[in-house]
Design a protein around this ligand. Sequence first.
Ligand code: DAH
Length: 352
Amino acid sequence: MAMDLSSWAAKIHSKKEKIPTAPTLDHLQKYEHELFGRKEGFITEAMKALRDLPPDQIKTNAQALNMLKKECQEAIEKRRSELSAPSTEKLAKEDAIDVTLELPQKERGHLHLIPEFIRQVEEVFGRMGFDTSYGPEIETEENNFNLLNIPATHPARDAQDTFWIKTKDPNDRRLLRTQTSPVQIRYMQTHKPPFRMICPGAVYRKDEDATHSPMFHQFEGLMIGTDVSLANMKAVMITAMRELTSPDIVFRFRTGYFPFVEPGLEVDMRWQGEDKTREGNWLEVVGCGMVHPQVLINCGINPPMSGRPRLAREAWQGFAFGFGVERMLMIKHQIPSIRSFYQGDVRFLQQF
Ligand code: DAH
């Protein structure tokens, strides 16, 4: 005999009460089937039993049954989400990150030692109040030679074997700069003294052996004031050399000739070179001196006693210097050949 509606409703109620404490998702699924199963589900059967009621009772009972059905659905959904959420305990076990685990090291790139060194140069001189300036690598003959007091016939030009640029106009004489000194010229033409500046960059000369390369880097510097002396120059040079190589670097100053300074000096440093058994050789690293009055005049700056009334009243003087970047690094790191810098061999580059 078919059960009547009230018996089905009693069964539904008692099942519904069990839902919130269903121990697992499997249990919950079983209850859901018992309630909603198409065949013999309590709710399905109760819907059928509705039909046996007298017509005036159908509506209110259908409403009550639908309410009960909705409550069951909601209770099932609620319990399902509770049972699916992982417990904190479970999370702690499964998602724990072992911070002591050693992961494989990721390879990271870094700056090549030349630009890295140039940054350090800018930092060391920046602390001494020097501005940094850059100039073009294709220069005019005027800036690279003439205004630096190196006229066409001057033997100093032979010392810097030049790469000339082919131009259509024979009077437009351009070259790959052989030194960073033309940046001094540009700076003096566009700034009023007093000033202190450095200018790092690449330079080019037809030259190649263990200590020479057709392209290499220099940084030049210039300090102009009313009473800047050779003693100031030595102090700046010594500070820079010690900071950029090592505090106990061995060096010597000796007189040297450059047309754009008077007097001129050169600085050599001890370098191990390829022969590690000997004490090492001297390697010329720096050229420097007091800026030649003619160079100042060429740039519109009045040197002491120039006797040129049309120029500014103050008399300016100062020093200039030029360092070889690769040579400094060769000494600092005992690198035997300048070529190592440009060969792109990671075994070499990774060491720095
Ligand atoms: N320009 C020179 C060279 O490349 C180096 C140099 C010497 C620069 C003396 C200077 C200086 O500024 O005063 O050989």
